[in-house]
Design a binder for this molecule. Structure first.
Ligand code: NOJ
Ligand code: CA
Length: 705
């Protein structure tokens, strides 16, 4: 007994004296992904392998602050590991159950000023995430001046990107170049001339997607962007990228006043492009739902008094003979929406402020978010909507007048609650990249970036206020999504990319191209649902020169077909989807039935095939029935994709209602010609999906006896 005690004592002593290894590895549950974390001469690096191929070569980790160093002279104090296998249920989403299977390692370091610094890595089968964790305790507040995280790709691969620090936020078409070719000049040459001052570094927004020559695809993004600044990726003419935090106007990147857990830096990794959109990495790296009651959050579809301003150009947001949001007209929209069972009617231009110079300097502080325009009889309209069993979708265009909006938040959302409004579309139109007006404590005006910590905090404040009043948000000109919908399921949808609106107001030369929607599922849509606003049926000759010049402007053509517009309801996920066209363009149209039938809440999603920028086929199963829906879209090239229907429920017969382009169809020829066919199928069948140039196909697999 005495001997045993002695041996145990020796073992404890040995454990205390042994130097912790400088190299630590972490593998995903299926062992396909390995992360190596290494301390080399006091500096910290990580690298990533997929299928034993190094995809991220040693890349530096670290932060530069004004208070302490977490950059060099790092020494390891302890290492902890954890294994986690669980699953959770989404309030709404692309799939009901999400598996969260990962392995975890936490490395704690000695720090120069008593702060406890650490790095946590999690490895999932669909990628990795890591974050910095810094315990501040009672030590003073500090400022992060730089984050040094690198993403050194082991190959200079083709990538899909939009520029950061550019005047139109995320509303750009994607460039497809080698990583080493990323620059504003390249973008101006290939896609569009970047106007506006060239301030800020050469950088791209995330999700940033790469397809290696061996077929492995990865996308760099972040998860749970809270109390921090958003991360862009700085390019330097090589295949190496460095995290670049969007700064405050004084150059500080992040103000820290409490214990810090940075957003997760994420790398989604898949064997092939069509596996990427199914990644649940971002959601799994967010906190569980914080809203106790979610009964009031209802996915659904809405129509709106919107396209007639932004698309057909027959109405205006502001006062005048063509003001759209007039009581009688709104009631007609309510009638139409109610007749067809829509959940909501969006009305833009309903409030006061559109007549002022609201856009885009932050100075026209006249918007009211609870006082309506005299021509919009709020009481009458809201009573009528109630009678017709439909809800208004509110609209808060802030023009990026942040202090004006924040000063009215409580009244604005109280107005919603009092009037049965459960969804609000917000907007942050602002020309110029660093142009968000902020009034400093010193009384001076500062101009902030759209994506820095100031705006991250603003967007969170609005989201939390909306939740208190039981309102869900659809944010236009948002901060990018990093999976917050898991924690706040009232974070319904966002724009945050070049959406359908550009097909409205831009001429054919400058609008979205047919391949744009075949890139989105592998880039922007990896981050969250999108309010793309699909469903335009009148694709040519739809736009007038001006509201008071009702001559059709022939220079506008939507680069799509009706079949593709329908397919987008399946390809682009959003819990609230808009039927964006005018009621008169839908009434009596046989294709409208698909919009009425397609759900926005799913129990399962599968991507049957897809190549970035070329085509994609997505199938989803309705969360409240056994019906399945398919959406397939192509770029400017026609193609046929063969799909097995093995995803359908076994022992179940289906009628496939197929909405397709005609043989002589396509975005340039007969885009508005739609063919509807029916055939009975089961899970043993296969279908050839014919896609016309710039077209698509939508199928409703309806259960039959
Ligand atoms: C831009 C938004 O994306 C669009 O949907 C909205 O109609 C206008 N701003 C006006 O708020
Ligand atoms: Ca927009």
């Amino acid at each position: 007994m005495k001997n045993m005690f002695f041996i145990a004592l020796l073992l404890v002593q040995y454990a205390c004296n042994v130097k912790l290894s400088d190299v630590h590895t972490l593998s995903s549950p299926d062992n396909s992904i390995d992360v190596t974390i290494e301390l080399k001469e006091g500096e910290l690096f990580y690298s990533v392998n997929k299928n034993n191929i190094q995809i991220i070569s040693p890349s530096k980790l670290g932060l530069v602050t004004n208070a302490f160093s977490f950059n060099s002279d790092i020494s390891l104090l302890s290492v902890k590991r954890k294994k986690s296998r669980s699953s959770w249920t989404q309030v709404w989403g692309e799939q009901e159950i999400v598996d969260d299977h990962h392995n975890e390692i936490f490395l704690q370091f000695a720090s120069t000023d008593r702060r406890k610094t650490g790095v946590r890595f999690k490895a999932f089968d669909d990628g990795i995430g890591f974050r910095y964790e810094i315990r501040k305790g009672s030590l003073p507040d500090y400022e992060i001046m730089d984050e040094l995280t690198e993403f050194n790709l082991s190959e200079d691969s083709p990538s899909w990107w939009i520029p950061a620090y550019a005047y139109r936020r995320y509303e750009f078409l994607y460039a497809n170049t080698l990583i080493s070719e990323i620059s504003r000049d390249t973008y101006s040459e290939l896609i569009e001339n970047l106007s506006g001052p060239r301030i800020g570094p050469e950088a791209v927004q995330t999700p940033f997607t790469i397809e290696r020559k061996d077929g492995i695809v990865l996308s760099i993004h972040e998860a749970n962007l809270t109390d921090y600044s958003s991360m862009t990726l700085k390019a330097n003419g090589t295949q190496n990228l460095e995290s670049d935090l969007v700064p405050w106007s004084n150059g500080v990147k992040v103000y820290v006043d409490s214990d810090l857990q940075t957003p997760w830096r994420t790398i989604m990794i898949a064997d092939k492009a069509s596996d990427l959109p199914l990644s649940t990495l971002t959601l799994n790296l967010n906190e569980p739902n914080r809203l106790k009651n979610t009964e009031w959050i209802k996915p659904g579809k809405y129509i709106g008094l919107w396209w007639e301003m932004i698309g057909t150009n027959q109405s205006t947001w502001g006062s005048g003979p063509n003001h759209g949001a007039k009581t009688d007209k709104v009631k007609e929209y309510i009638d139409f929406g109610s007749k067809y069972g829509f959940d909501g009617v969006l009305v833009e231009g309903w409030n006061l402020g559109w007549d002022e110079n609201w856009c885009c300097t932050g100075d026209g502080e006249e918007f009211s978010f609870y006082k309506s325009h005299p021509e919009f009889n709020s009481e009458e309209i809201n009573a009528y909507a109630k009678l017709k069993n439909i809800r208004l979708v509110g609209h808060h265009e802030t023009g990026s007048q942040i202090s004006n909006y924040e000063s009215q938040l409580e009244q604005a959302f109280q107005y919603c609650k009092s009037n049965g409004i459960r969804v609000v579309k917000t907007g942050y139109v602002n020309d110029g990249s660093q142009n968000i007006k902020r009034l400093g404590k010193d009384g001076k005006v500062y101009r902030e970036w759209h994506h820095g910590q100031f705006m991250v905090e603003h967007f969170r404040k609005v989201l939390e206020t909306a939740a208190r009043y039981q309102v869900g948000l659809v944010v236009h000109e948002p901060i990018k999504d990093t999976g917050l919908r898991r924690t706040f399921p009232n974070m319904l949808s966002r724009e945050g990319a070049k959406g359908q609106e550009f097909n409205g107001f831009m001429s054919t030369k400058d609008n979205n191209k047919p391949n744009h929607t075949t890139i989105l599922p592998f880039t922007r849509l990896l981050s969250s649902p999108m309010d793309y606003t699909p469903g335009i049926f009148k694709l040519t000759n739809y736009r007038y020169f001006a509201p008071d010049n009702r001559t059709v402007n022939p220079n506008h053509r939507i680069p799509s077909t009706i079949a593709k517009e329908l397919a987008l309801y399946v390809v682009i996920y959003a819990p609230v989807q808009m039927a964006a066209d005018l009621p008169t363009h839908y009434e009596g149209h046989p294709g409208f039935q698909f919009i009425l039938d397609v759900p926005t809440d799913w129990s399962k999603t599968k991507v049957l095939n897809g190549e970035i920028g070329k085509f994609i086929t997505v199938v989803r199963k309705d969360r409240s029935s056994s019906d399945w829906f398919l959406g397939s879209i192509t770029n400017e090239k026609d193609r046929t994709v063969n799909v097995s229907l093995s995803f359908l429920d076994k022992n179940q017969n289906y009628k496939a209602i197929i909405y397709t382009d005609p043989e002589d169809g396509g975005w340039l020829k007969n885009p508005e010609k739609l063919v509807i066919k029916e055939t009975n199928v089961t899970y043993v069948d296969e279908l050839d999906i014919n896609l016309a140039p710039g077209g698509g196909q939508a199928i409703h697999f309806k259960t039959i006896k």
